[in-house]
Design a protein around this ligand. Sequence first.
Ligand code: PLP
Length: 392
Amino acid sequence: MLVYLDNSSTTRPYDKVTEIMTEVLRNDFGNPSSLHTLGIAAEKYVKAARKSLAAALGASEEEVYFTSCGTEADNTALFGAARARRHQGKKIITTSVEHPAILEPAKRLEEAGFEVEYIGVDQKCRLDMEQFKAALSEDTVLISVMALNNETGTIMPVEQIAEIKNAFNKEHGCDVLLHSDAVQAFGKIPLNMKGGFRGVDMLSVSGHKIHGPKGIGGLFVRKGLSIPAYLVGGGQERHMRSGTENTAGIAGLGCAAEICFGDFDKRIKAMSEARARLLEGIKSEIPDIIINSPEDEWAGPSVLNVSFLGTRGEVLLHTLEQDGIFVSTGSACSSNKKGQSHVLGAMGLKPKEIEGALRFSFSEFNTPEEMDYVTEKVKQAVTRFRKLGSFR
Ligand code: PLP
């Protein structure tokens, strides 16, 4: 049996995604800027994909820009907002559990003279809203808070933050911007830019987390907001992102978004059921564990993070791999020097607890039978490791 439980790292593209991308690469390979029929054919894919992505986000097409990945969307939002607002203030608020695609630009902005405050989290990665409220000041130009954490699956209170930000702007006559890295949230929780997310000014998504291709992302920029481009050149994407469009990737992302959001509730149900079954199995079968993901209303459907005390996650990962089970020890791209998760560290876990952590991340293709198999194999691996006793 092959059980893929590393969907937060990347997902298997839908067959329809592979098909449309093959068609673009083989036949409709023109440059969308070309005036001839091949160019027009290519442009049609870009237009259709923009429509699908906009529909998935409850946005209008003119608010959607394609980028080369989620990382580029994040960089564009942070550097763009900071440059656009640098004369209005020096403070940026983000969280200590963001992906490096946010933390690294934030570091650069600190070097350039901005003051960055990192809001902390509790032991389930739930955001400290009191610290956030206290941090918001008239000197703030940008808030960037992810919508769902990639290591624990914790939902972040972006809607509440948007409301607080809007009320603050109104009361103080400010124009604080709000960006959300929704790379992990896209396709997992509803993101409606005209509904609950209407106070969000910019939002990043990525193709490969929703069964689309790697190397393609999207940035939502609310109508009326002008931020400088991160990549300049030929002026593609209405001057927001120069560079010849990755038409195959764009078509793939559009197709994935359409499938994903066409069947949203059914997909989320399958994902949530798999997660609940594995959580139940692990809790009832394996002692001495810490559930690092929330089990309340802040639990997203896609991730379960567990520390198996007295073990090493990396060893468990390779043991499980031999049984055809693919998991992760945390983020695939940790920003911590020692390679330990900065997210679990920020949650207050001790180094040994971080060392024994495994991240299981789900897709709609996971079944209850798979989860029972994984429970059994994890139990065997943990028991074997603990018998060796080297980390007790
Ligand atoms: N933000 C988050 C929360 C992520 O999980 C990831 C990827 O793992 C990224 C950003 C980067 O996205 P991409 O791989 O498309 O650059």
